[in-house]
Design a binder for this molecule. Structure first.
Ligand code: SF4
Ligand code: SF4
Length: 140
């Protein structure tokens, strides 16, 4: 079964010329999607935010490979954010949210987001007809 993980990779300048991500695909059959890439101002560290997809075994081997190279990895912390200017409180997100993080508050009938209940499944993101839901990545 294929699983996806969003991960932050931090690596030293010595690795920037190496095809690290390509090797993940070739050696471990891991697919990737680049969400963000940047260098720190002092060029001491490169940063890549990737969505990696593969089996649990291939992902584990891929992470071992990265760690042996000296790449630091951390799972990405992300928040669902609702754009209040775009939201029309139609309730579509609350219908699909498995944890009731999005729910319709009575009697006002406003759709409310209770972030503490969110498990980050992104179902709401797929269905919002007004593109009012976004993901905010917390990268330090
Ligand atoms: S689906 Fe989108 S527009 Fe509708 S209530 Fe949810 S966030 Fe608002
Ligand atoms: S990401 Fe999933 S759990 Fe979180 S608010 Fe959206 S649908 Fe609900």
């Amino acid at each position: 079964m294929s699983v996806s993980q969003k991960v932050v990779l931090r690596y030293p300048p010595s690795l920037t010329e190496k095809p690290v991500v390509y090797e993940l695909v070739k050696k471990y059959n891991i697919m990737f999607n680049i969400l963000k890439a940047r260098f720190s101002a002092d060029d001491k560290e490169g940063l890549l935010v990737l969505e990696l997809s593969g089996t649990n075994t291939s992902l584990k081997k891929g992470f071992d490979y990265l760690h042996k190279l000296g790449v630091k990895t951390e799972l990405l912390s992300q928040d669902i954010v609702r754009n209040e200017n775009k939201c029309v409180h139609c309730g579509v997100c609350s219908a699909v949210c498995p944890t009731n993080a999005f729910y319709v508050k009575s009697p006002e009938m406003y759709v409310t987001l209770e972030m503490a209940r969110c498990i980050g499944c992104e179902e709401c993101l797929k269905v919002c007809p007004y593109n009012a839901i976004e993901i905010s990545f917390d990268i330090k």
